[in-house]
Write a protein that binds this ligand. Structure first.
Ligand code: G6P
Length: 366
């Protein structure tokens, strides 16, 4: 069946807008009893699993990086994350009591498939999170979990990413339950946070006009830095990747704490710094990072909630007030403004959003 743009100018715009709906689909699939209980195949039992190895390429690898924070913090399960092209040639030792998990939108990325084949027979279970259930990666896994984003056509991945994150979040909760790390109240809190996401995403999409205004100015930059801390660090990497993929503006993502170890040398009034930071336990550290940027004439674009924007105070170049969100699910919600910022910057520059130069939707060559 031919997928149409349904009135949108680009597939990417349509796919960004579809996120509340497809995420709700994924939640209906992976939760039951009106979202109050996990619903996963019986084989998803983390009892006796002592380590996870997560492998992917591109945007999917950033979903894995977020998942590392979840599995380690909520489930106390050690996680290694690797990009497939490094993993497969490094020949890493893998424990027979570990699981290897591969994340891929297409399920056909050559490096990810080769990494999966390398892990076969070495680990207890090969699990994949794939958007195309008939794909090679799905077929060669012991267990393939669908990400349920629907067909994604825009080369820059959007809805597949937030759906991958949702499946990984559910897996992390299951690991925490199996390992006795999550009491029923804590589990209920996390499940409520997941169930709130479609509604919060609709709020975030409502910020589109404001994002487009900011993007028109961002389009004049030659370099942009993205900063985030904790599970928002991979979102900074994703925000930078999205921007460079479709607007061709040079962008880098950094962990906020690394700013002083190099990237601060780049800061002047021509380098916007996008700070992705909901008001959390470490927010005061982020405020001092922003002050370091502003003291050097740098322009800060702060993506935070109302409390964060208020606390950041004066001197910020631009701020975008996001809805309040549980810290657990914040990385999923904050993907949306990052995608919209890249999209509208590309629009302002007049680049080909759905078919950016030199990039392919699915990379089946090595
Ligand atoms: C290509 C796409 C990216 C995607 C990556 C991994 O580079 O342009 O958007 O993240 O491949 O693709 P996969 O299908 O394995 O998720």
């Amino acid at each position: 069946t031919q997928v149409e743009k349904a009135g949108y100018k680009h597939f990417m715009a349509k796919e960004i807008a579809e996120q509340p709906g497809v995420l709700a689909d994924a939640l209906r699939h992976y939760l039951k009893d009106s979202g109050t209980a996990l619903s996963l195949p019986e084989e998803v039992d983390f009892t006796g699993v002592d380590r996870l190895t997560l492998v992917a390429c591109g945007t999917a690898s950033y979903a894995c990086l977020v998942a590392k924070y979840w599995f380690e913090r909520i489930a106390g399960l050690p996680v290694d994350v690797d990009i497939a092209s490094e993993f497969r040639y490094r020949e890493p030792p893998l424990s027979p009591t570990s699981w290897a998990l591969f994340v891929s939108q297409s399920g056909e990325t050559a490096d990810t498939l080769a990494a999966l084949r390398y892990a076969q027979e070495k680990v207890a279970k090969i699990v994949s999170v794939v958007n195309v259930p008939t794909s090679s990666i799905a077929r060669e896994s012991d267990l393939a979990l669908p990400s349920l984003a629907g067909v994604e056509i825009g080369v820059a991945s959007t809805k597949a990413f937030t759906c991958q994150l949702t499946v990984l979040a559910v897996l992390a909760l299951k690991a925490a339950v199996d390992r006795g790390r999550l009491n029923p109240e804590a589990l209920a809190g996390h499940l409520a946070a997941l169930s709130a996401l479609p509604g919060l995403m609709n709020h975030a999409l409502g910020l589109e006009d404001r994002i487009a205004t900011i993007a028109a100015q961002l389009a004049e930059a030659q370099d942009v830095l993205f900063l985030g801390r904790g599970a928002m660090f991979p979102l900074a990497l994703e925000g930078a990747l999205k921007l460079k993929e479709i607007s061709y503006i040079h962008a880098e993502g950094y962990a906020s704490g690394e700013l002083k170890h190099g990237p601060i040398a780049l800061i002047d009034s021509h380098v916007p710094v996008v700070v992705m930071a909901p008001r959390d336990a470490l927010f005061d550290k982020t405020v001092s990072n922003m002050q370091e940027v502003m003291a050097r004439g740098g322009k800060v674009l702060l993506l935070s909630d109302g409390a964060g924007v208020a606390e950041a105070g004066a001197g910020i170049w631009q701020s975008l007030t996001m809805p309040m969100v549980d810290p657990f699910t914040a990385p999923i919600l904050y993907a949306l403004p990052a995608q919209l910022l890249a999209y509208h910057t590309a629009i302002a520059k007049g680049t080909d959003v759905d078919q950016p130069r030199n990039l392919a939707k699915s990379v089946t060559v090595e």
